[in-house]
Design a binder for this molecule. Structure first.
Ligand code: CP
Length: 322
């Protein structure tokens, strides 16, 4: 869900990025264009002229993270902003302070953007309603992870040229995946054809109502796809019996050389990370020529730069994947 508060002072016309559900094609286009413009600038050996100089970005992370936290911090610094990083363990949340009191305390220090990762679905939406600072959802429970979806779209567009009509298969633990939810909303908005595949125990009820085709057989599902996204099995969120064992899961839903051999020659293999090597995908696929997993990580910095730039009033920049 996008923040209901509209902002006339930035090029996106919204205060916060809370999800890809409700983001329009034109808002997604502006974020991707801006990220490609930053990429072009960086490839020419230039850095943006510190558009966020004098501004500050606070990162409040109540769950572990390598990619999202690291790339938001790098993105803010590359744009000239100062950063404050607080984790659950390093904040007074550990002493029982509520999320709202922590967030109000942070707001009193006048950050320009608050980036929040939290295990409770809806927590960034709650803060967005109460605080005046723009909030970016860096992952809320099972709900959404919009910046991951946007970097996924950037990577697909970079390698495939266009999202319109692109066939994208998402494999695995869809039920617990905020990445899957955000990817599905954003890809559908941009005209891609999305399918999902996984054991019935890991697919949400009525998942087809999200505008996806459902498969249970990976070899059949994978054959004609342009892009295959393997999702991390979220062992910390599984209830007993949802999968019989890691080995059994890998046998039926793991991407390996034998399944890859039946796919299109130019298929892209993606994974949001962190990977369970040998479970969702075999090491030779993860490190093989079709894998763009590290390109996703690199694009994560650029997409987060674009979001910070646009939410703080930066002009819409023109860039393209070519
Ligand atoms: N993809 C993703 O969100 O990774 P992190 O948990 O490392 O941020």
């Amino acid at each position: 869900m996008v923040s209901p508060k509209q902002s006339r002072t930035n090029a996106l016309g919204i205060k916060s990025i809370l999800g890809t559900e409700g983001l329009s094609a034109s808002q997604i286009r502006k974020i991707l264009d801006c990220a490609f413009a930053f990429k072009r600038l960086s490839q020419s050996g230039l850095e943006p002229v510190s558009p966020l100089k004098g501004k500050s970005v606070t990162l409040l992370f109540f769950e572990p993270s390598t990619r999202t936290r690291g790339s938001f911090e790098l993105a803010a610094k590359r744009l000239g902003a100062s950063t404050l990083v607080l984790t659950k363990e390093s904040s007074s949340a550990e002493k029982g302070e509520t999320l709202l009191d922590t967030a109000r305390t942070i707001e009193a220090m006048r950050p320009d953007v608050l980036v929040l990762r939290h295990p409770s679905a809806g927590s960034p939406h709650h803060l967005d309603r109460i605080l005046s600072v723009p909030v970016v959802n860096a992952g809320d429970g099972f709900h959404e992870h919009p910046t991951q979806a946007l970097l996924d779209l950037m990577t697909m567009e970079e390698f495939k040229g266009s999202l319109e009509g692109l066939k994208v298969l998402i494999v695995g633990d869809i039920a617990h995946s905020r990445v899957a939810r955000s990817d599905i909303y954003a890809l559908n908005t941009m005209g891609a054809k999305v399918s999902v595949c996984g054991p019935p125990t890991l697919l949400p009820p009525k998942v087809e109502n999200m505008g996806v085709t459902v498969y249970w057989d990976l070899e059949k599902a994978a054959r004609e796809q342009d892009v295959i996204i393997l999702l991390r099995i979220q062992f910390e969120r599984l209830t007993p019996g949802q999968i019989p064992s890691k080995g059994e899961y890998a046998r039926f839903y793991g991407m390996n050389s034998s399944v890859l051999a039946k796919c299109r020659e130019d298929v892209l293999i993606m994974h949001p990370g962190p990977m369970n090597r040998g479970v969702e995908l075999s090491p030779e696929v993860a490190d093989g020529p079709r894998s763009v997993i590290l390109n996703q990580v690199a694009n994560g910095v650029l997409v987060r730069m674009a979001i910070l730039h646009l939410l703080t009033g930066g002009e819409a920049l023109k860039g393209d994947p070519s």
